[in-house]
Design a protein around this ligand. Structure first.
Ligand code: ZN
Length: 365
C-alpha cells in the first residue's frame, strides 16, 4: 500500500516499543564465517574454495531491486549485511523493543547434510557474536540444516540455552512436506525448549515452487510461494503435528495473509467429508490453526479498500494471529508503511506487542 506523505502514519509514534518479527541480517561473505566454523569445516571449505562463493539463498539475482529498498542499499556488501545500517534504518528510527533476526542462507539447504549443519553452526555462532552481543535489542532464530531433522535438533539443543535465540527457522518448501514424521525431531526439540518454529518463504530451489513446474519469472516464483505455504500448513495439520506437540507454535513468515481464510474454508469443508481418514484431527482445522499458527505482516497483500481489510480480519476470526514485521531490508513496495491503513488501534497494539510476546515467550525474559 502506498500512501501520500500527508496521510502516512507516523512510524515513530505507532511503532515505538513494537516487536519486529522479521528482519534479515545478511552474511556479507562466506569468509566472515570462517572464524566461527569448527576446525574440520574451516579446512574443508578452504580446500574446496567455497569461501569464494556467497552461497545466496535466492531465486533472483542478488542485485535485483527487490532485494533491498534503494535507501537501504549499502556502499558495499549485500543489503542487510551491516549492523550499523540496521540500527539507523530500523532500531534507532522506529524504536522497536526487539527485532528478530532471520538469516536466510544457502547453508540451510545444502545437499550434504553435514556441510549444511557445519555452516548453520557457523552462522548461529556469527549472529550471536557479531549482532546479538553488539545490540541488546536484537534476538535471533536458530538456523538449522532443514534436510536433516536429526542434525537440526542437535543444533536446536546446542543454541537453546542462550535465550536470545527465540525461534527455530525453517523454509516453506524443502525436500519433504513439513508435517511428515521425518521432521518431527525438529518439532520435538523446539517444543522442549519453548521455541516457536518460524517457516519463512523460500525453498531448497531444486524443486519448482509450483507443482506445474519451473516458472519463467520471479513474479511467478514469489507469488507461487503462497501455494507452498498452503501445502506446508495442510501438511502440519493433517499429519497431526499439533496433536503430537500440543505446545508448538508455528509462525508463517512472509507468507502473505489474505490467502488463509479461503484455504481454511476448503480445508474445513473437505475435513468434514473425509475426517475418518485422519481420526486424530478431532477439531475443525481452522480451530487448530487459530490456536497454533501466527503470521507476520510484511509484505501484506492487502485488499484494495479498508472495508475489505476489515472483512478479511473478521474472516481470520482471531485478533491473535498477526505479528508486526518490517522484512528489513527487503522491499515489497510498502515503502515506510509497514502497517496497512485501516487497522483499529487496539488491533495495532496486539499486532505490535501482545501477539509477539504471546508467540515468543522468551521475549518476556
Ligand atoms: Zn522475510
Amino acid at each position: 500500500m502506498n500512501h501520500s506523505p500527508a496521510d502516512r502514519p507516523d512510524p515513530d509514534h505507532r511503532l515505538t516499543g513494537a516487536i519486529d518479527c522479521d528482519v534479515h541480517p545478511a552474511v556479507p561473505s562466506t569468509r566472515v564465517l570462517l572464524p566461527y566454523l569448527d576446525d574440520y569445516w574451516r579446512e574443508h571449505i578452504l580446500r574446496r574454495g567455497l569461501e569464494r562463493e556467497n552461497l545466496e539463498l535466492s531465486a533472483y539475482p542478488a542485485n535485483a531491486p527487490i532485494n533491498g529498498r534503494p535507501d537501504w542499499h549499502l556502499p558495499s556488501g549485500p543489503p542487510g549485511s551491516s549492523l550499523e545500517a540496521l540500527q539507523s534504518h530500523i532500531l534507532d528510527r522506529l524504536h522497536p523493543s526487539f527485532a528478530i533476526c532471520n538469516v536466510l542462507h544457502g547453508a540451510q539447504v545444502m545437499f550434504s547434510e553435514d556441510l549444511s549443519a557445519g555452516l548453520c553452526r557457523g552462522i548461529n555462532n556469527w549472529i550471536k557474536a557479531e549482532w546479538l552481543d553488539r545490540d541488546p535489542r536484537l534476538r535471533a532464530s536458530i538456523v538449522v540444516p532443514v534436510h536433516s531433522a536429526e542434525l537440526a535438533a542437535e543444533e536446536i539443543h546446542r543454541m537453546a540455552p542462550d535465550h536470545r535465540f527465540v525461534q527455530v527457522l525453517l523454509l516453506a518448501m524443502t525436500e519433504l512436506p513439513l508435517g511428515r514424521r521425518q521432521n518431527w525431531p525438529i518439532y520435538q526439540a523446539a517444543e522442549q525448549h519453548n521455541l516457536p518454529v518460524g517457516i519463512h518463504a523460500g525453498s531448497s530451489f531444486r524443486h519448482p515452487p509450483s507443482a506445474l513446474g519451473w516458472p519463467s519469472y520471479y513474479l511467478e516464483d514469489y507469488v507461487s510461494q503462497g501455494q507452498g505455504f498452503q501445502a506446508a500448513l495442510n501438511s502440519l495439520v493433517s499429519e497431526g503435528v499439533f496433536n503430537k506437540f500440543p505446545a508448538l507454535k508455528v509462525v508463517l513468515i512472509e507468507s502473505g495473509v489474505t490467502w488463509l481464510p479461503a484455504s481454511l474454508w476448503r480445508l474445513d469443508k473437505t475435513w468434514r467429508g473425509v475426517r475418518s481418514e485422519v481420526p486424530w484431527l478431532e477439531r475443525q482445522p481452522t480451530e487448530v490453526v487459530r490456536e497454533h499458527v501466527r503470521l507476520t505482516l510484511q509484505p501484506f497483500d492487502a485488499p484494495p479498500t479498508e472495508r475489505q481489510l476489515l472483512t478479511l480480519l473478521e474472516q481470520l476470526g482471531s485478533d491473535r494471529m498477526l505479528l508486526f514485521s518490517t522484512d528489513y531490508p527487503h522491499w515489497h513496495f510498502d515503502g515506510d508503511d509497514a502497517l496497512p491503513l485501516g487497522l483499529p488501534a487496539d488491533l495495532i497494539r496486539k499486532i505490535c506487542l501482545d501477539n509477539p510476546l504471546d508467540t515468543y515467550p522468551r521475549l518476556r525474559t
